[in-house]
Design a protein around this ligand. Structure first.
Ligand code: IPE
Ligand code: IPE
Ligand code: MG
Length: 236
């Protein structure tokens, strides 16, 4: 049973969208096709999140470590990101989605970085759903960047509280994820939101990301509603 500390609908759902390559391999298709199919699952998931009243949805689309993949795959993924942005932005905007990008966007080059910034600016007053896209994101890099900002600001050691530190992370202003979903059967964090998922409920499914449907999202939310969140406090 959910207690009073855990609303039945998670305010913030974060997803490690994994399994595009295996989805394609199972069909003897190039990995790029798996990534393309994955964007359809992104669309379905955003719709499902809005439908369920989720306020924040964070999608891990490209990790700091994904730059180590073959250049061809990196190019495919970058191209797909650009295509997605150009084709979906208007619809996202009309649906009331606010886009926020976390990660080292500059590594995608000045043009795409500028397009991402323009998309954020265009949607900044939307309030239906905040869609956080983690692009070239790494949890450790986020923490190191926050430490650097604290040093650069000349903070005294006793001024650096947990709240202050959280405000120096890329996710400043965004509540911590309540529910973290990972698809494809892998059960690891892969350097996603390390600080922010301290008390997230973890949900792993064997479904490969391109197969992820609105009903799978609903199932994850139903499981979340059955969890008892205690945050270290004594159970009632
Ligand atoms: C997730 O699918 C997409 C990204 C990491 C960019 P993968 O490409 O990791 O697919 P698998 O894990 O090889 O199946
Ligand atoms: C995590 O998936 C990153 C994203 C989904 C963007 P990976 O496929 O890169 O993670 P590992 O290599 O299996 O840990
Ligand atoms: Mg993977």
């Amino acid at each position: 049973m959910a207690d009073s500390c855990s609303p039945v609908i998670p305010r913030h759902v974060a997803i490690i969208m994994d399994g595009n390559g295996r989805w394609a391999a199972a069909r003897s298709l190039p990995r790029a096709i798996g990534h393309r199919e994955g964007t359809k699952a992104v669309r379905r998931t955003i719709e499902a999140a809005i439908g369920q009243g989720v306020q924040y949805l964070t999608l891990f689309a490209f990790s700091s470590e994904n730059w180590q993949r073959p250049a061809e795959e990196v190019t495919d993924l970058t191209g797909l990101l650009r295509y997605y942005l150009r084709n979906e932005l208007n619809e996202l905007h009309e649906s009331g989605v606010r886009l926020v990008v976390i990660g080292e966007r500059d590594r995608f080059g000045p043009n795409l970085a500028a397009e991402l910034a323009a998309a954020e600016a265009k949607t900044e007053h939307n309030a239906k759903l905040t869609l956080v896209m983690a692009l070239s994101y790494g949890g450790r890099a986020d923490i190191v960047d926050a430490a650097r900002r604290a040093l650069a600001a000349g903070l005294a050691p006793d001024q650096l509280t947990e709240e202050k530190f959280a405000s120096l992370l890329a996710t400043d202003g965004i509540p911590d994820p309540d529910l973290l979903i990972r698809t494809s059967g892998e059960e690891r964090i892969s350097n996603f939101l390390l600080w922010q998922t301290a008390y997230a409920e973890l949900y792993f499914t064997d479904v490969l990301w391109p197969d992820f449907e609105g009903a799978d999202f609903t199932m994850a939310l139903a499981e979340f509603a059955r969890r008892e969140r205690r945050f270290g406090a004594r159970p009632e």
